[in-house]
Design a binder for this molecule. Structure first.
Ligand code: GLY
Length: 361
């Protein structure tokens, strides 16, 4: 098992990465000194696969467990579902020392984290992410929240979990398309922070695609280390944390205009990262061969790298970029790369440059 620490003073916690970790959940919650009552928030698919093991582990360790199952997909990230969760927590008399376990992917983690952040003004929660994307990104760093009609993640809180358990065995059951989408975030860490991680992914991609346990554990741990390092320096995204949004400005807009669910998040940010790399070559000094390396790696991972847009869709894309949370004073700011492994946030980019970057050639 690999362990990564997120250093945030009294809000510090560990990320544990390895196989067969869900069966240790109960023991780990005892170690944290959590209260006797808890609720697992999960979705139908993940619940069917792992809730029994999680409940057994918690019950064996002396906890009283209630399972809340929500629908699969982005529609579960709503204030309506949040209210339903509050009602269930209250009717099962969860109190201040009680805790929530988020068992699932990014949707469940964001929803359960937000419920934990706000129920009784905040109760502890533990993340048990079951997708590659949530293991390397959304379960770490305390971003929680739900969607509004006006856009994704518009209501939320920074609220750190007490523990993150990344059980890599769960990735065996992950559909290939979702696993590949998670690789888009993995590749991102190489581009924004660590050239040798990028080179390792280029070299070990076949092993990663085969989910080789050792390669996976090392690579997931490195991604978590990078995220922990960034979040440890800028928990609430007043600066540096923005680098984690490399490729996300265009990526989020693609998700928004194509209808959430058409492109998985990882697929949309794959296109977004390739576009950001092209902009970086035009506006910064990212060498052209590095743009090709980046595009090639996403392609080899089975991810899309371009999108065909009609003029009307293009206009919608620009409009969507402008309502993104990352917009400040009406200006869309980009994270751009100087080289693989080093990026800068807060870069202004002209409409013409963005247009050229998403040309589907
Ligand atoms: N997913 C970006 C962040 O956690 O800041």
């Amino acid at each position: 098992m690999q362990k990564v620490k997120v250093d945030l003073d009294v809000r510090s916690y560990s990320i544990e990465i390895g196989g067969k970790l869900i069966p240790t959940l109960g023991k780990r919650c005892v170690d944290l000194g959590l209260g006797r009552r808890c609720a697992i928030i999960t979705d139908r698919i993940v619940g069917r696969l792992y809730a029994k093991t999680a409940v057994a582990s918690l019950t064996k360790a002396g906890f009283e467990v209630h399972v809340i199952t929500v629908d699969n997909g982005e529609q579960a990230k709503s204030l309506k579902v949040v209210a339903k969760c509050y009602d269930e927590l209250a009717s099962h008399r969860l109190e201040r020392r009680s805790f929530i376990v988020a068992l699932g992917g990014g949707v469940v983690g964001d929803l359960a984290g937000f419920v934990a952040a706000t129920y009784l003004r905040g109760i502890p929660f533990v993340q048990v992410p079951t997708t590659l994307l949530s293991q390397v990104d959304s379960s770490v760093g305390g971003k929680t929240g739900v969607n509004l009609k006006a856009g994704k993640n518009l209501v939320g809180a920074f609220y750190q979990p007490r523990l993150v358990l990344c059980d890599l065995d769960t990735l065996r059951n992950l559909p290939s398309r979702e696993y590949r989408a998670g690789l888009a975030e993995v590749i991102k860490y190489g581009i924004i922070y660590d050239a040798s991680l990028f080179a390792r992914i280029e070299r070990d991609l076949p092993k990663l695609l085969k989910k080789d346990p050792r390669t996976l554990a090392e690579v997931v741990a490195r991604c978590c280390e990078i995220k922990a390092d960034v979040v440890g320096q800028d928990e609430t995204e007043s600066g540096l944390r923005a680098i984690l949004n490399f490729g996300h400005t265009i990526g989020h807009a693609i998700e928004a205009i194509s209808g959430y669910g058409t492109y998985l998040h990882g697929e949309a940010i794959s296109i977004g990262q390739v576009a950001a790399a092209k902009i970086s070559a035009e506006q910064f000094e990212l060498p052209e061969p590095d743009v090709a390396r980046i595009a090639d790696l996403f392609k080899r991972a089975g991810l899309p790298t371009k999108i065909n847009l009609s003029p009307a869709q293009r206009a919608k894309l620009f409009a969507a970029m402008k309502v993104d949370k990352k917009v400040s004073a009406g200006e869309v700011k980009f994270v751009l790369a100087r080289k693989i492994g080093a990026v800068e946030f807060g870069q202004k980019v002209t409409t013409e440059t963005i247009n050229r970057s998403i040309e589907a050639k």
